[in-house]
Ligand binder design. Structure first.
Ligand code: FEO
Length: 172
């Protein structure tokens, strides 16, 4: 059985991971509308990964005897002026998610809940990778995105991303 505070934080995080999926699908919608199908694909795959994160946390809670509850998922409310804006918003969102995961980790540490810390280790590593991916996208867009040929090539590169279930990830 998990401590109630840890269970509540993880249950809240399930909602936030589903929101992340919703947010990235909104980015995918924006890029589809802009004719950048590669960028749209990249965020659609990202949304799938976020759903997986929610499902991993849901599974962990269930496996630890917690009744999971779902709250309403907030409406994505970002508006974009340039095709670079979602990339920046994505980085800021990942930094925010990192802070949330760190908070749960700190609470688990305080409770000497080493099982939850071990569960969260995968997410700590994942957040490092996701922040780096978001930073890399911004860098590439700054380098290549302002020239038609460069943007075309970058769009092609992002179109090649395919969803694969993460290796060594917690069960869903
Ligand atoms: Fe679920 Fe992008 O972290």
């Amino acid at each position: 059985m998990l401590d109630k505070k840890i269970a509540d934080l993880l249950n809240e995080q399930v909602n936030k991971e589903f929101y992340s999926a919703y947010l990235y699908l909104d980015f995918a919608n924006y890029y589809a509308d802009e004719g950048l199908d590669g960028f749209s694909n990249w965020y659609q795959v990202q949304a799938q990964e976020e759903r997986d994160h929610a499902m991993m946390m849901r599974r962990y809670l269930i496996d630890n005897g917690v009744r999971v509850t779902f709250e309403a998922i907030a409406k994505p409310d970002k508006t974009f002026k340039t095709t670079e804006d979602p990339l920046q918003a994505g980085l800021e969102h990942e930094q925010y998610v990192t802070s949330l995961i760190n908070n749960i980790y700190a609470a688990a540490f305080e409770q000497k809940d080493f099982k939850t810390m071990q569960f969260l280790d995968w997410f700590i590593k994942e957040q490092g990778e996701e922040e780096k991916n978001a930073e890399d996208l911004i860098k590439k867009m700054k380098m290549f995105g302002h020239d038609a040929k460069g943007l075309y090539a970058l769009n092609q590169e992002l179109a090649a991303r395919v969803y694969t279930a993460s290796v060594n990830a917690p069960a869903m």
